[in-house]
Design a protein around this ligand. Structure first.
Ligand code: NAG
Ligand code: NAG
Ligand code: NAG
Ligand code: NAG
Ligand code: NAG
Length: 473
């Protein structure tokens, strides 16, 4: 309680402080910041010969307003929101959705009831402004890498319809299928109301009934194709699909062992590897990933909710379910440093971590590693965030705002903190830190020009992460 009061006081003081310094005026710096971010982005031309292999998870995303859908299928607000791991009936959806909606936290759940799932999808497709798009982590990343000019191998099964959404230059490792699995993206806006509940920020709750992707159905096709493809970078994402999936006894472990073989083989071939984190709830799955994926990951990407989760796990082997969705830069930097140091001491492999938050981008790279252009990559990730959420290739200053103060601290430890001002002509702040034993890292922070007219949020992390990565190899 006491610390809660203190942090509230800190926030109040910060708000008053900003008022006095005129945060309104500070938003006037957006055109200059945009200009400088673009200049930083233009410094790098992506190597046209790079080859990137990407797995896993391909589906069609059906987007629908969550509250509208719940109303149409007559799902009422629950008495008490509950943390549901598998959804079997309407009540589960009601309780599970409410749980995350209140906090504006993203979540993804498996629905074991096909009848109910079909009912939801049919209802969603009848709502006037529903949209559908290619989804899953790997295809979104693959498209982004292709758009950046890379040669891409994608591990996915794909229908004719699905392929229409993929850049035609992408090679596919996987069989053709009649129809891709559907993932229902139940979106909501900041301050949206569902009965007595109100969301604290725009986000989405994802429901699916997919049996192919959670078992990494494209793993073998990828293993068969990637040696010949000979990628510079192997990207692994979509593993959260395994979370809370009702596997047969021992099946999950079997699949993860094969994934581990792939990663071991890739690292022996000197292929760089990137693991894109997501929201995990099942601690036993995270334990397995710590054993079978993290030791072979050169790079990791994650959002502000996944970072404290990662840290909690590497530190205490437990998961923090709900975290601050608007963390301060100083808080993220502290978590980033701690995570990096622990991962380094455990596995001695990680050399890059990218944290994408709603308000800013943070990229840490080990100085002596192969990752290049960290400053430009951070700028590019920031611009990609705006372009993705607004759904336009050109950043519109009138649809942008800053959720960033005129300066940030490098740590919450006031004795050690440095204050870094946000300079509109040089908005990406980079510096080095020496952790001893030859461990020198570079850290770059770039503010986001937060899009105020949200077109889409799903796939944002994948798009942003790949944008950053493609500048660094
Ligand atoms: C599955 O959903 C349908 C439709 O809502 C419902 O009638 C049925 O009882 C559900 N099955 C189970 C096992 O809960
Ligand atoms: C498709 O990939 C090619 C080759 O990487 C790239 O030049 C092109 O811009 C991409 N198309 C789109 C729409 O991103
Ligand atoms: C792809 O198709 C072949 C031939 O039908 C089949 O043997 C194989 O199991 C399929 N692979 C996957 C991953 O579905
Ligand atoms: C995780 O474990 C640590 C140390 O035992 C404890 O302080 C923390 O409260 C735990 N967090 C959760 C979310 O259980
Ligand atoms: C990724 O972002 C670009 C803008 O940079 C956007 O055109 C594209 O639609 C996004 N990709 C997906 C799959 O949402």
């Amino acid at each position: 309680k006491f610390s809660g009061a203190v942090s509230l006081l800190v926030i109040l003081v910060a708000v008053l402080f900003n008022r006095r310094n005129g945060i309104q005026d500070f938003n006037k710096a957006i055109p200059d910041i945009l200009d400088s971010l673009r200049k930083a982005e233009k410094l790098v031309e992506v190597n046209q010969n790079i080859k990137i292999a990407v797995g896993f998870g391909g589906c069609m995303d059906v987007f629908v307003n969550a509250v509208e859908l719940l109303n149409v299928v007559d799902i009422k607000t629950p008495k008490t929101p509950k943390h549901q791991s598998i959804l079997t009936k309407k009540e589960d959806l009601s309780e599970g959705f409410a749980y995350f909606f209140r906090h504006g936290a993203a979540a993804e759940r498996y629905m074991s009831n096909d009848t109910l799932f079909q009912e939801l999808v049919s209802a969603a497709e009848k709502i006037p402004n529903f949209r559908s798009a290619m989804g899953g982590n790997a295809p979104v990343m693959a498209n982004r890498f292709a758009a950046e000019g890379a040669d891409v191998l994608l591990a996915a099964q794909a229908s004719q319809d699905f392929k229409k959404h993929l850049n035609s230059t992408i090679q596919i490792a996987g069989n053709e299928t009649d129809r891709n699995d559907i993932h229902l993206i139940m979106e909501y806006k900041t301050g949206e109301k569902w009965g007595q509940y109100e969301s604290t920020r725009a986000n989405r709750f994802i429901v699916h009934s997919d049996k192919f992707n959670p078992t990494l159905g494209s793993l073998e096709p990828l293993m068969n194709a990637y040696v010949k493809f000979n990628p510079d970078l192997l990207v692994v994402g979509g593993l959260q699909m395994m979370d809370n999936f009702p596997f047969r006894e021992g099946e999950r472990n079997k699949r993860l062992n094969i994934l581990q073989q792939l990663l071991v083989d890739a690292t022996q071939r000197k292929t760089l590897t990137h693991f894109e984190l997501a929201s995990f709830v099942d601690e036993s799955l995270v334990t397995d990933l710590m054993d079978k994926v993290l030791p072979y990951s050169d790079s990791m990407g994650m959002n502000e909710q996944e970072l404290p989760n990662l840290l909690s796990f590497v530190k205490y082997s437990n998961i923090t379910m709900i975290s601050d969705c608007y963390p301060r830069v100083a808080t993220v930097l502290d978590q980033l440093r701690s995570s990096y140091k622990i991962l380094r001491s455990k596995y001695n492999r990680i050399s890059r971590i990218h944290v994408h938050t709603i308000a800013f981008q943070a990229i840490l790279t080990k100085k002596s590693s192969q990752w290049k252009n960290t400053m430009s990559a951070t700028a590019h990730a920031s611009l990609t965030a705006n372009r993705h959420v607004c759904g336009t290739p050109v950043v519109d200053v009138l649809k942008s705002k800053l959720l960033f103060d005129d300066s940030f601290s490098t740590t919450v430890d006031t004795m050690k903190a440095n204050k870094v001002p946000l300079i509109p002509d040089k908005p990406v702040s980079c510096w080095e830190e020496d952790y001893g034993d030859g461990e020198v890292v570079q850290i770059c922070i770039a503010p986001n020009l937060v899009c105020t007219q949200v077109h889409q949020t799903a796939g944002g992390g994948d798009n942003i992460s790949s944008a950053g990565l493609s500048f660094q190899i």
